[in-house]
Every structure is written in structure tokens, then in C-alpha cells.
Design a protein around this ligand. Structure first.
Ligand code: UDP
Length: 434
């Protein structure tokens, strides 16, 4: 392919908004600052892409093309999010390969960047295949998580049992210690093998290792716009793109918000038994009054706003009226909050969110963590207490000042000449010569 064509990068996100949004922000950065073009090849499992996906894709810059791969059938699989994500990717590999063939015939493809759930696509795009493209892995998670995965094989030898059975906190090199009560231990060793498949890893926050190199290029978030609200007065409540609460928990949360007498803005999702049930299929709540306690909407009409559709989270976090964020600890949400200097209530639901909540409360100290009652439900009085503490109390002031320090660090990291800016420039300059 002629060297006069602009360098082109093929990107494969995994299904789900939480992994799509940061990889798009990553693409925008090397396109705008380095003159590349890119194609996003997105695996799908339902025929019509949902509203949120369309909203995000409609706003892409013209240098990013999109290919939605033909939907795959998952009807034979259990309703487990990770199983469904991985199967969607793996069953899409033949059509992914066809798309790569077409793109490489017309573009100067210098690199393939795949989401961490798409590592099997690296075999297609890289060495040992007809395309010979350099493959990189994109991982939108904390340094703590990456470090745990990285050191999992050594930790496994030391502990010789599942992390959840280790009584002392686990020492993770360079990071805060965590208790072993974390999900997916069995996957960590597998994940580390897979991370080694790429020529490098792009991480939003992390440490530098020898092999493969980790390029720390975060935090990546969408730009923001403002609404009008009174300054610093509104806690924002959201459990990410698809985090869900049980019916009982939803009721406690509503009652806690009401009892706290704080203003609030709440992204409501339909109650479900499993915490990540809506991750792949986000559904709007048609009539919020049907899932909320009787009379709640009327009683809080003046103080609160419930939004039951996909809405612009970053704009809300960037708004001067937003004074706190009750979050499920999804990594994008955390970065978005820190970049806008908003202190947190850490309410983890699934995946590595538990680990992230430890990082936020015990290490960087920008969050309060609710204590559940027996049976795991967080009661309305606990929610009320934390909301008041965050919005009005001394603790809230301390967290706010700490998160503002982190905001300054994040801003300088991303600015021209900052460490993330430079690291991304180094990586993409190497691609230009391929
Ligand atoms: N988000 C949004 N509007 C919504 C819900 C979520 O813009 O109504 C965005 C949010 O800003 C973040 C992403 O969706 O960028 C969610 O990612 P996160 O890692 O926080 O959680 P996940 O959805 O992966 O559990």
C-alpha cells in the first residue's frame, strides 16, 4: 500500500457502551492530534443497535468510519454478561476477517487496536495471518486491576488458593492492598496470557512494565456541555450503562434520597435480579412511577429529577451544580468524575468495581462507601447518612478537596506536553513508520 495515504487504524471494541466510549475517545485523540483515520468494527448480537449506541456513533468525527458486523445468535448461551460479550466477539470473527480484508485493500493500515475482550481478533489481524498488522490491546481499567492481572501468576504461586480464601489483604505491587473478595479470580491468569498477545497495551492509568509495554494515555472522556443548576448542590446518581438494582434496593435508594432532603439527579434503570443484567441491552424505563415507591415522584418533584433514558453523563458531571456522584464504580464514570472534581459515594455492583471502590475509599480517599445491612441490601438510613455527609458534612469537604487535587493532576497529564499526551505521541509516531 502506498506510503502517501494517511495511516489508518482498525479498532475493535467489545459490545457494551462501557467499553465502546473510552476506545472512541482514544481514537479521537490520535486522529485529531496525529492526522490518522480509523475504522471501528463493532460486533453486535441484536439486529437493531440500541438508541445509546446510535447516539454515540452519530457524533463521530468524519475520519472515523464504522462497520457494524452482522448480529450473531446467542440464544444457546446462559444469560451471563461476560460469556455473552466473549461469544459475540468470537462468533463475529469470520465477518471481522472479511472486513479487515476489504479495508487493507484500500487503506494503509498501520495498526489494529482491540478491546481486552477481543484478544482473539489479534490472531486474525496480526502475525501468522495474511494481513500482518501490529496488534495492540486497549484496557479501560485502573492500574490496580491491571497490576492484579499482571501479577496474578506470581500471586497464585504464593497463595496457592483462590484469592477469596486468603485471610490477609493481598499485596499488589505498587498499589493499595485488597481483600480477596473479588470476582473472576479464575479468569485473571487467562487474561494475563491474553494481554501478552499484543505488541503493547493502551491503559487509561497504569504502570510501565517491560513486556508487553503499557502505554498510559488516559484519562479518556467525552467533552462536556452545561445545563443550569444551583452550584454544588446536586448529588448525581447513576449505575453506568447497564448496572441494575433489585426492586428492594431501588426502593431503599429512593427512600434514602428523599429522607436526605438533598436535591438529586438520578439515572434510573429498571430493577433486575442480576446487577449487570442490562449491560448489553439497555432498556429505558417507560413509566418510572411503576418501579419507584408510591408517591415518590410527587414528593420529590421540586428537589429531584429522575431520568429514565440514556443521557449525557459527562455534561452532568461537568455542570457546576453537580456536587457529588453516587456511582457503581465503572472505570469511565470514575475518570469522568475525577476529571470534573466531583467527590463520590462508591457503590460497586459487578466485575472489578469492588476493587475500584477500595482504591477510591482506602487509597486515593475521594469516596465514601455505604455499609450494607445483613443480606446485602443498603438501607435508606445509611444512604441518607452518606448523602448528607457527602453534600453537607466535614467528610464531604475533605473528599472534595482531595478530588480537586486529582483533577489538577489529570488535567496536566492530558495537556500538551503532559505524560499521557507524550506517551500516545510516542506510540503513534512508531505506527507512522510501519
Ligand atoms: N453513560 C452515559 N449516559 C448514561 C449512562 C452511562 O453517557 O445514561 C456513559 C458514562 O458517561 C460512561 C459510560 O456510559 O462513559 C459507562 O461506563 P462505566 O465504565 O462507568 O460503566 P459500565 O457501563 O461499563 O458499567
Amino acid at each position: 500500500m502506498e506510503n502517501t495515504l494517511p495511516p489508518h487504524v482498525i479498532i475493535m471494541p467489545s459490545p457494551g457502551m462501557g467499553h465502546l466510549i473510552p476506545i472512541i475517545e482514544f481514537a479521537k485523540r490520535f486522529i485529531l492530534a496525529h492526522g490518522f483515520s480509523a475504522t471501528l468494527i463493532i460486533p453486535t448480537e441484536t439486529k437493531s443497535p440500541f438508541q445509546a449506541l446510535k447516539l454515540v456513533l452519530d457524533c463521530l468525527p468524519s475520519a472515523i468510519n464504522t462497520i457494524l458486523l452482522p448480529p450473531v445468535d446467542l440464544s444457546d448461551l446462559p444469560n451471563d454478561v461476560v460469556t455473552q460479550i466473549v461469544a459475540t466477539v468470537n462468533r463475529s470473527l469470520p465477518s471481522f476477517s472479511d472486513s479487515i480484508r476489504t479495508i487493507t485493500s484500500t487503506h494503509r493500515v498501520v495498526s489494529l487496536v482491540v478491546d481486552v475482550f477481543c484478544t482473539n481478533a489479534i490472531h486474525i489481524g496480526t502475525t501468522g495471518n495474511p494481513f500482518h498488522i501490529n496488534g495492540y490491546i486497549f484496557r479501560a481499567s485502573s492500574a490496580l486491576f491491571l497490576s492484579l492481572v499482571y501479577h496474578s501468576s506470581k500471586l497464585d504461586q504464593v497463595n496457592s488458593c483462590d484469592f477469596r480464601d486468603v485471610s490477609d489483604p493481598i499485596q499488589i505491587p505498587g498499589c493499595v492492598s485488597i481483600r480477596g473478595k473479588t470476582e473472576n479470580y479464575a479468569n485473571f491468569l487467562e487474561w494475563w496470557k491474553e494481554l501478552n498477545l499484543g505488541r503493547g497495551i493502551f491503559a487509561l492509568n497504569g504502570k510501565q512494565w517491560d513486556n508487553p509495554p503499557v502505554y498510559v494515555i488516559g484519562p479518556l472522556i467525552r467533552t462536556a456541555w452545561l445545563d443550569n443548576q444551583p452550584p454544588g448542590s446536586v448529588p448525581f446518581v447513576s449505575f453506568g450503562s447497564g448496572g441494575t438494582l433489585s426492586s428492594e434496593q431501588l426502593t431503599e435508594l429512593a427512600l434514602g434520597l428523599e429522607m436526605s432532603e438533598q436535591k438529586f439527579l438520578w439515572f434510573l434503570r429498571r430493577p433486575e435480579k442480576a446487577a449487570g443484567a442490562s449491560y448489553l441491552r439497555i432498556q429505558d424505563v417507560e413509566d418510572p412511577s411503576k418501579v419507584l415507591p408510591k408517591g415518590f415522584l410527587d414528593r420529590t418533584r421540586k428537589s429531584g429529577l429522575v431520568i429514565s433514558k440514556w443521557a449525557p453523563q459527562i455534561e452532568i458531571l461537568n455542570h457546576p451544580s453537580t456536587g457529588g456522584f453516587l456511582t457503581h464504580c465503572g472505570w469511565n464514570s470514575i475518570l469522568e468524575s475525577i476529571v470534573h472534581g466531583v467527590p463520590l459515594i462508591a457503590w460497586p455492583l459487578f466485575a472489578e468495581q469492588m476493587m475500584t471502590s477500595v482504591l477510591l475509599t482506602d487509597d486515593v480517599k475521594v469516596a465514601l462507601r455505604p455499609k450494607p445491612m445483613k443480606g446485602g441490601v443498603i438501607g435508606h438510613d445509611e444512604i441518607c447518612k452518606l448523602l448528607k455527609g457527602l453534600m453537607e458534612g466535614e467528610e464531604g469537604k475533605r473528599l472534595r478537596s482531595k478530588v480537586r487535587e486529582l483533577k489538577c493532576v489529570a488535567t496536566s497529564t492530558l495537556a500538551e506536553g503532559g505524560s499521557s499526551f507524550k506517551t500516545l505521541a510516542d506510540a503513534v509516531n512508531a505506527w507512522k513508520s510501519y
